[in-house]
Design a protein around this ligand. Structure first.
Ligand SMILES: [Zn+2]
Ligand SMILES: [Zn+2]
Length: 350
């Protein structure tokens, strides 16, 4: 890929920098640089890796600024391809770091929890989902080894400000409003730049959509994994509601955190809603006979056959199957089979 394409000028004091995500098919995170009267601000920072840091600092230089000059960092959500370099950026610049409090809570928990506790939680969760022994065994071994290796991303930077949904952010000279869009994570936010589109496009300003809305892929929606919270959440329901909210904003242009910018947000929202409705309906057919979340995941359609899905992605796939079951259950379209252990789910009779 040509180095020259690493930075894009979106006009009106907005640039994007492609920050690579090593060994990941997504390729890169689009980190946005927004000029304000108080100095430049970043939206997301990218993966914590030396190559990514180089791309970020080189990109900032190409935009005519330096990491030292940054005054603030807005994080769309806590995932490491968005929040990974935040600590380094703050260290180098003294910039404030802001995130929605629901994702700050995830960061705090991740920092406080020992990996052993996390493994124990994952083991219990996968047993309950009906995962086979060979899938759970490595996690049990890690849990019981007494000294589990530290996983990357176990010490994310703790933000020093929270993003309050609905409020205009304190950015002199700009009108940027936080829109809470839970689903992909509990505290995901989109950032709405309520300023006329620099090329005069029809619509309401520009929307930094994070991972909430991407032009060519659907974001992962799993259960919000929280060892300390037994609340029965419905992330897919949250996500679908958040999508409709963002569609109603009708932005002139969407600036997502991966892939490329696009227009006609309501059409993309419609596609995503249709996709999820189709998927939910398809699952009801699979659930004509009782299935555990694991069995459902094995039968769902993925981007490749189940047998070829690597270990870590299977865990993520099961979480996605569980989020779909939760949505169907909340909608009264699926019920738990009484007395089943591990719990199986079946379409509700109509
Ligand atoms: Zn994400
Ligand atoms: Zn992402």
């Amino acid at each position: 890929m040509a180095e020259a394409t690493q930075v894009t000028d979106h006009s009106g004091g907005v640039h994007s920098i492609r920050v690579p995500i090593p060994d990941n098919p997504l390729g890169y995170t689009l980190v946005y640089l927004v000029d304000t009267d108080a100095g430049p601000v970043l939206i997301d920072t990218g993966w914590d890796d030396p190559t990514s840091w180089d791309a970020l600092t080189t990109g900032l230089a190409a935009c005519g600024t330096r990491v030292e000059d940054l005054t603030g960092v807005l994080i769309t959500h806590h995932h490491p391809d968005h929040h990974g370099l935040s600590g380094k950026v703050r260290e180098a610049s003294g910039a404030w770091l802001a995130m929605h409090e629901a994702d700050v809570a995830v960061v705090r928990r991740t920092r406080e929890n020992k990996p052993a506790r996390w493994y124990a939680f994952m083991v219990a969760k996968l047993v309950a989902a009906g995962a086979p022994e060979d899938h759970i065994a490595p996690l049990i071994a890690a849990r019981d080894s007494g000294k589990p290796r530290e996983l990357p991303g176990f010490a994310p930077a703790l933000p020093d400000r929270t993003i309050t949904p609905g409020d205009l952010l304190d950015l002199p000279g700009r009108r940027l409003r936080a829109i809470w869009t839970p689903g992909h994570t509990p505290g995901h936010v989109c950032l709405h730049l309520e300023e006329e589109h620099p090329a005069g496009r029809a619509g309401n300003g520009r929307l930094f959509s994070g991972d909430h809305m991407l032009p060519g892929i659907t974001p992962h929606i799993g259960l919000y994994e929280d060892p300390d919270d037994a609340t029965v959440t419905d992330p897919l329901g949250d996500y679908l509601d958040s999508l409709e909210r963002v569609g109603r904003l009708d932005p002139a242009e969407v600036l997502p955190a991966h892939q490329h910018t696009f227009t006609d947000a309501p059409a993309r929202v419609g596609e995503l809603l249709d996709h999820h409705e189709e998927r939910l309906t398809g699952l009801l057919t699979l659930l004509a006979s009782p299935l555990t979340p694991w069995q459902l995941a094995e039968r769902m359609e993925w981007n490749r056959p189940w047998a070829q899905i690597p270990y870590g992605s299977r865990t993520i796939a099961v979480s996605e199957a569980e989020a779909h079951l939760r949505r169907l259950q909340k909608a009264g379209r699926v019920e738990q089979v009484p007395g089943s252990d591990p719990v199986t789910y079946q379409s509700s009779p109509h």
